[in-house]
Design a protein around this ligand. Structure first.
Ligand code: PEP
Length: 253
């Protein structure tokens, strides 16, 4: 049985005062449970605040991206070592917003994944198809291409200890959630692809679903055998909504 993870992605949202109340409200409602992991991925300027509010609590924190470079003349970049210095556990890589709005190619995502690992972070590799790709019947080739780029860079062993998040682009921030069956099908496909290289790594790889997860649909999604939790955007900005998803993960088998 794999652990379950619920990870918030705050995206470009937050303020010192707003984060403070959000995090305090989350902490007030969290009941720790073995095998259940809760985290928030915050904008880089708030890493110090996350560290000071969350250190020693059951809630971990992380970055939303990581540079593929370690240091040097790369204006605006944040390295894995910098994230680690602020106590981050996780780094999201390959979020569809980075891929579509900021030009992160499969090759760049693979480099970022490798960089995160080298720094000692747990990468959360996001993969997912657009609506046009789903309707065109190319969901699996797209997922395979995105996953294979990382497998080619770090091997199956490099995925061991990381997380994968299946995030259909058409479900992100749209209020349109993949059905539990659609999520399960994609997760099983991705796990099978990793199993083709290393069955043991595939069997223990936590695979999160992301895309308009809410308290009302989390339980059904988390009940799927290959859905090991969620990557949560909008609902992670409201403590009660985020906690409802957490409770669904705690209650899941
Ligand atoms: C995300 O951005 O990773 C995400 C899943 O967003 P939302 O939950 O708002 O769809």
């Amino acid at each position: 049985m794999r652990d379950k993870h619920v990870v918030g992605n705050w995206k470009l949202n937050g303020s010192l005062a707003g984060n403070d109340s959000l995090v305090r409200a989350i902490l007030a409602g969290v009941t720790p449970r073995a095998g259940r992991h809760l985290a928030v991925c915050v904008p880089a300027p708030y890493l110090a605040q996350a560290q000071s509010l969350l250190k020693g609590t059951p809630v971990a924190w992380g970055g939303q991206d990581v540079s593929r470079f370690e240091k040097g003349a790369y204006t605006g970049e944040v390295s894995g070592a910098m994230l680690r210095e602020f106590g981050a556990t996780f780094a999201i890589v390959g979020h569809s917003e980075r891929r579509t709005l900021f030009g992160d190619t499969d090759a760049v995502v693979a480099e970022k994944f490798a960089s995160a690992r080298k720094a000692g972070l747990v990468p959360i590799l996001c993969v997912g198809e657009t609506l046009a790709e789903r309707e065109g019947g190319t969901t699996e080739p797209v997922l395979a291409r995105q996953l294979d780029a990382v497998l080619a860079r770090v091997g199956a062993a490099g995925l061991d200890g990381a997380l994968v998040a299946y995030e259909p682009v058409w479900a992100i921030g749209t209020g349109r959630t993949a059905t539990a069956a659609q999520a399960q099908e994609a997760h099983a496909f991705l796990r099978g692809r990793v199993a083709g290289q290393d069955a043991a790594v595939a069997a223990r790889l936590p695979m999160l679903y992301g895309g308009s997860v809410k308290g009302s649909n989390a339980a059904e999604l988390f009940a799927m055998p290959d859905v090991d939790g969620g990557l949560i955007g909008g609902a992670s900005l409201v403590a009660e909504d985020f906690l409802a998803i957490w409770r669904a993960a705690v209650a899941a088998e």
